[in-house]
Design a protein around this ligand. Structure first.
Ligand code: MN
Length: 261
């Protein structure tokens, strides 16, 4: 869904194209599309209509919901700035390029792309996963520390794992023992039960043709070294402990409610 702001931006863009009369000559489409990248939240530009624009910048880097230094000292500002501005931005750019090279994915939502992608669709797999995973990662973090899960989420965690502490122990263990680069996940399965899994590289549980344990991720922790190395070096366990204190449980609960079948 496009927000009102997005629609307003899209209309302004169309008006501007009309006013200048240059659109048919294709002279201003590229600069406009790249200008819009920074300002428009993650969404597809379906309403901007012109097919050459849609193909050019279907996915955009979402803005961080807080300042780079908001999570310091648990996650330092430089790590956040490089992680968002270089790593995530790189996945978005390469995803758009990969879709251009594999047009069967064009015009699909990121969730539909992940459900369709096969192991040998390397560019779409790695960068589509990278874009989805990081978009979730920024949203499940919050400055100022986290409160514990409440309400329906707290009940679901107790029902699925026995207690919050048992869940936290299993989740941290999945993150700690993921060999090399990857992610650990809290997911909802098809019968609305929570389970923990982990996956290598940028794979995730929505990739039903690739990963063994499939479901809808509602919380993910990035355990690539780029997520923590500047501050924690080899001490992945310390980074995981800090992450557990930064979780935005309200967002995790919203993710769970949205994933309920
Ligand atoms: Mn990352």
């Amino acid at each position: 869904m496009l927000s009102l702001q997005d629609k307003t931006n899209a209309m302004k863009k169309r008006d501007f194209i009309k006013l200048t009369g240059l659109a048919s000559a294709g002279l201003i489409i590229a600069p406009l599309a790249s200008c819009s990248d920074a300002a428009v939240p993650e969404t597809k530009n379906e309403e901007t209509a012109a097919p050459e624009m849609a193909a050019q910048a279907a996915f955009v880097l979402p803005q961080l919901p807080f300042a780079f230094d908001a999570l310091a000292p648990k996650i330092d500002a430089m790590t956040m700035e490089i992680h968002h501005g270089k790593h995530h931005a790189g996945y978005v750019k390469k995803l758009n390029a990969a879709i251009e090279a594999s047009p069967s994915f064009a015009g699909m939502s990121i969730e539909d792309i992940l459900a369709k992608v096969e192991a040998d669709d390397t560019g779409v797999r790695n960068n589509g996963g990278g874009h989805y995973n990081h978009s979730m990662f920024w949203k499940v973090l919050t400055p100022g520390g986290a409160s514990a899960p409440e309400g329906a989420l707290a009940e679901a965690i107790t029902s699925s794992f026995g207690s919050y502490d048992a869940f936290a122990e299993q989740f941290a263990a999945a993150a700690k023992t993921r060999f090399g680069s990857g992610w650990a996940w809290l997911n909802l399965d098809a019968s609305n039960k929570l389970f923990i899994s982990s996956s290598p590289n940028q794979d995730n549980p929505l990739m039903v043709n690739i990963v063994e344990e499939t479901g809808t991720p509602i919380l993910g922790i990035d355990v690539w070294e780029h997520a923590y190395y500047l501050n924690y070096q080899n001490k992945r366990g310390d980074y995981i402990s800090s992450f557990m204190e930064l979780i935005n449980w309200n967002v995790v609960e919203e993710n769970m409610m949205a994933a309920m079948k």
